[in-house]
Design a protein around this ligand. Structure first.
Ligand code: UGA
Length: 430
């Protein structure tokens, strides 16, 4: 069999599942996707894409012949031996990862030595071992198991699929499945980390926790810069040039959002706690991030006195640009805090408004950025969408009622805004 053309099954058609399916189809694999959500599967069959991810619609469309969608697992099991699991593992009320969707897939697997579960969903370290035990108890011990964590970022998922920094493949035997997964990824030419299942699981959690730590670290540096007159952009540039540190993920702002960092940092902390270890550092990372989301409120209060009755415009709602994902978005906390202070909050996001409405139905949503700016006492850049960076700031000044612009992402040109007569303030940049 031509390794690059090994057919695969993909169970769960969220961000990870769909990008994986599209990526492997583009490399030549026949891909059998399954999801219990009928509505999603119907959309996909019609050629519609249920999520916003740049380029995804095009790649799915050009591989339509190779992509098959179904609400049952039968097609995937019949058509492929590698079943990539990419179902959700949201946090439980206790903060651990909820593995019910993963376990439902395990239960639905046949007793087959010809098949392998390839775990892409982010799961706590130790899950692979528990699943192996479960399979054995169910008389399905022959089924192979591989951990193959995903590192793609929303908004650049396809690019990350095609050019991964590394591919991690963990298996505990010398079986065929780990080799087959490596072969599938081989055309990408990425560095391969072939390891055991537990280490593969931990690589994923540790990577996200480290990136979140980097962000909380630079956010605290930014806060100290504000007290000392230093500029965090200069500091991050100087620090990031040290090759041991690196320049990425040193952008200060209003905190990290998204489903992954928030979920995985807390899941790793609790995983440690459940095994009797107190992971102190991650407690601080989480707390710094929560406080950072609220920092804009004190900046606005300092400039506007009371926020009661003030009109505050939010530019952007999504947790980052190029996605409609609102999970864990800093805007949720910020908007709620501003409303609690009595402000009138109006918001616009080019893509995420529909998602935001589901979570914050009471917010005042605008249909265009101009409507957020008009009459505002202050505006806050929450998500650095390109269209906000290209605004005509002289026109913004004319249209606003006040002059305050808080740049929650340090993405605007402060000098330009000041020249237009606006009171510009970023995070840690004076
Ligand atoms: C993150 C990881 O970057 C991926 O490697 C991982 O695969 C993914 O989680 C996952 O586990 O599924 P993602 O959540 O899509 O990806 O988004 P990021 O680009 O990492 O951004 C996360 C948040 O951090 C955003 O709110 C972003 O604005 C913020 N951020 C990022 C900063 O505040 N500063 C930075 O320097 C970088």
């Amino acid at each position: 069999m031509n390794a690059a053309r090994e057919p695969i099954g993909v169970i769960g058609t969220g961000y990870v599942g769909l990008v994986t399916a599209a990526g492997f189809a583009d490399l030549g694999s026949e891909v059998f996707c399954a999801d219990i959500d009928e509505h999603k599967i119907d959309m996909l069959k019609r050629g519609e894409v249920p999520i916003y991810e740049p380029g995804l619609a095009e790649v799915l469309a050009r591989n339509r012949e190779r992509l098959h969608f179904s609400t049952s697992l039968e097609q995937a099991i019949a058509g492929s031996r590698l079943l990539f699991v990419s179902v959700g593992t949201p946090p439980t009320y206790a903060g651990d990862a909820d593995l019910s969707a993963v376990l439902a897939v395990v239960d639905a697997m046949p007793a087959s030595a010809q098949h392998a579960l390839v775990m892409k969903s982010t799961v706590p370290c130790g899950t692979g071992r528990s699943i192996a035990r479960m399979l054995a108890d169910q008389g399905k011990g022959e089924l192979a198991y591989v951990s193959c964590p995903e590192f793609l970022k929303e908004g650049s998922g396809l690019e990350d699929f095609t050019r991964p920094d590394r591919v991690v493949v963990g298996d505990d035997g010398d079986g065929w499945a780990g080799d087959a997964v490596c072969e599938l990824y081989a055309p990408l030419g990425a560095p391969l980390v072939r390891t055991d299942v537990a280490s593969a699981e931990m690589i994923k959690l540790a990577s996200n926790a480290f990136l979140a730590t980097k962000i909380s670290f630079i956010n605290e540096i930014a806060n100290v810069c504000e007290e000392t007159g230093a500029n965090v952009l200069e500091v991050a540039r100087g620090v990031g040039l040290d090759e041991r540190i690196g320049p990425k993920f040193l952008s200060a702002g209003i905190g990290y959002g998204g489903s992954c960092f928030t979920k995985d940092v807390s899941a790793l902390k609790l995983l440690a706690a459940n095994s009797g270890y107190h992971f102190q550092l991650l407690g601080a990372v989480i707390e710094v991030n929560e406080l950072q989301k609220r920092r804009v409120v004190s900046k606005l209060t300092r400039r506007l006195d009371s926020l009661a009755g003030k009109r505050i415009g939010l530019l952007g709602l999504a947790f980052k640009p190029n996605t409609d994902d609102m999970r864990g978005a800093s805007s949720l906390v910020l908007a709620a805090r501003l409303q609690a202070e009595g402000a009138h909050v109006r918001a616009f996001d080019p893509v995420a408004t529909a998602e935001a409405r589901k979570i914050m139905p009471e917010l005042d949503y605008a249909d265009a950025v101009e409507e957020v700016i008009a009459g505002a006492d202050a505006i806050v850049l929450v998500t650095e969408w390109a269209e906000f960076l290209a605004l005509d700031w002289a026109a913004v000044k004319e249209s606003m009622s006040g002059t305050v612009v808080i740049d929650g992402r340090n993405a605007l040109d402060g000098a330009k805004l000041r020249a237009a007569g606006l009171d510009y303030e970023g995070i840690g940049i004076g």
